[in-house]
Write a protein that binds this ligand. Structure first.
Ligand code: NAP
Length: 475
């Protein structure tokens, strides 16, 4: 691949389709290369090796695990350009965004390298004079993960960082649409000194088969999944047999609310960042906009003007802000939501041009109503439907009227309203006068059918540790 300077990042690649799966560039349709595929026996072998290696890894002082993780962090930073290009090639997001994801992904390795040293237990005041009580935290054992294509590196490091810091070994199955970034970032982990059996990337020929192995193998003690609610539900059901520990980072349907006391220009900036990053393909993307009737026309026209400035194209090209969507099926799904909304009375604010390949013209839809299909579904594309509201109570009912509860956003300058609305929104995360909320230091996660567990922050490492209670008698 001529775009990659450090060819050692690609040492995992196999020469042809007989030995691996073809990975395509969504911007051009070209085959980029072939990623190695594991058959069932290989995956079973990986799990057994991970189990043996975990004991040695956990026995290292946390300071040593921390040091190796920091070396990995540094190598990711050193290879930011190449990792970013590789990500753009296989995922489609613009280069600046891809490099931003590399840094965001690396931040979890740095953060959890530090947290490795702080997995404190506690002493508990005793209820009886002859006992002394305390807790320690221990790694769960072999942890595994299944991750999506929309953040090919960050969704892995957000799990691998805490797992390895805690003393677990870690096996990840990336999406078959974007495995190259996953294998490349793991290559850097090995160069940093993380043993090959402690961190493994496996790509089965069938995601369902890998899911079944991960959820049923007795040596796997933890599954962390990021992806759709539909697949998360299946994996939780499969995990129930063995009462396996799971974390679920699932779908969202984020409301973005603009009150009549909002700074409208700031709301437009927040809306652009929240809606159009990654061509609208993030779980925290604003999915539906609710704008107060007094500022509706102003917001819609400023928002649409900003959207018309977005340049669609190959993410490697200068100035491009919207790359292709991930697949033909995704494009068709987004298009049918747009067509359905228009048939039900929504009005596009700009000409709806049909673009070639996997590209889509970003658009704002006005005169949308809360009962349209486009509001009930996760759009995962560059389309912004805007609804008019005039009553705060009704607004809250509409905003919470979904099975999802991941991210939400609102703009208001009234401090009383800010508290009231922030508390009333049934979401794991609330952006207040802010459209970009994710970072490594804050707990990321959802409520309702958006998931269970938190990633990042001081809470993230607990997902990979058991609390053990020690009771000392006869004192
Ligand atoms: P997806 O279809 O659920 O796929 C996610 C991962 O699961 C991929 O690795 C996929 O493999 C694998 N998979 C699919 N079916 C499976 C099965 N039956 N058993 C085991 N694994 C299976 O989701 P997606 O379309 O790739 O990603 C978009 C979704 O992820 C959206 O709903 C988005 O909101 C959500 N997401 C959530 C977060 C969060 O933190 N909450 C972050 C990012 C994305 P293949 O791709 O190889 O088929």
């Amino acid at each position: 691949m001529q775009h990659i300077t450090n060819q050692s990042l690609l040492s995992f690649m196999v020469p042809n389709e007989q030995q691996g799966i073809a990975v395509n560039n969504p911007a051009t349709g070209d085959v980029l290369g072939f990623a190695p595929v594991s058959v069932e026996q290989d995956i079973l072998g990986s799990i057994e090796r991970a189990s043996v290696a975990q004991k040695e890894w956990a026995a290292l002082p946390s300071k040593s695990r921390s040091a190796v993780l920091l070396s990995w962090y540094q190598l990711i930073l050193d290879n930011k350009e190449d990792l970013g290009r590789l990500m753009t090639l296989e995922q489609g997001k613009p280069l600046a965004e891809a490099q931003g994801e590399v840094l965001y992904g690396a931040s979890f390795i740095q953060w959890f390298a530090e947290e490795a040293k702080r997995t404190y237990g506690e002493t508990i005041p005793t209820p009886s004079g002859d006992k002394r009580l305390l807790t320690i935290k221990q790694p769960v054992g072999v942890a595994c993960a299944i991750t999506p294509w929309n953040f090919p590196i960050a969704m892995i490091t957000r799990k691998a960082g805490p797992a390895l810091a805690a003393g677990c070994s870690f096996i990840v199955k990336p999406s078959e649409s974007t495995p190259l970034s996953a294998f490349a970032v793991a290559e850097l982990a090995y160069q940093a000194g993380i043993p090959r059996d402690v961190l493994q990337v496996v790509l089965g020929s069938d995601a369902r088969q890998v899911g079944r192995i991960f959820t049923s193998h007795p040596l796997i003690r933890k599954l962390s999944f990021t992806g759709s609610t539909q697949v998360g539900r299946v994996l939780m059901q499969q995990s129930a047999n063995d009462i396996k520990r799971t974390s679920m980072e699932l779908g969202g349907n984020a409301p973005f609310i603009v009150f009549d006391d909002a700074d409208i220009d700031a709301a437009v900036v927040g809306a652009m960042a929240s809606k159009f990053r990654n061509a609208g393909q993030t779980c925290v993307c604003a999915n539906r906009f609710y704008v107060h009737s007094k500022v509706y026309d102003e917001f819609v026209s400023k928002f649409s003007a900003a959207v018309q400035q977005l340049k669609v194209g190959n993410g490697l090209d200068e100035g491009v802000s919207i790359g292709p969507v991930i697949s033909a099926a995704a494009k068709q799904n987004i298009q049918s939501l747009i067509d359905g909304a228009i048939a039900q009375g929504a009005q596009p604010m700009s000409e709806l041009r049909t673009l070639d390949g996997l590209f889509m013209q970003p658009v704002v839809l006005k005169n949308v109503t809360h009962d349209m299909d486009i509001i009930a579904n996760e759009i995962f594309g560059p389309v912004a439907p805007v609804i008019k509201f005039s009553d705060d109570q009704q607004l809250i009912e509409m905003a919470n009227d979904t099975i999802y509860g991941l991210a939400s956003y609102f703009y208001s300058q009234n401090i009383h309203r800010v508290w009231k609305i922030a508390e009333a929104l049934e979401y794991g995360m609330v952006g207040i006068n802010e459209g970009m909320i994710s970072n490594e230091v804050a707990p990321f996660g959802g409520v309702k059918q958006s998931g269970i567990g938190r990633e990042g922050a001081k809470q993230g490492i607990d997902e990979y540790m058991n609390i053990k209670y020690l009771c000392f008698g006869g004192n």
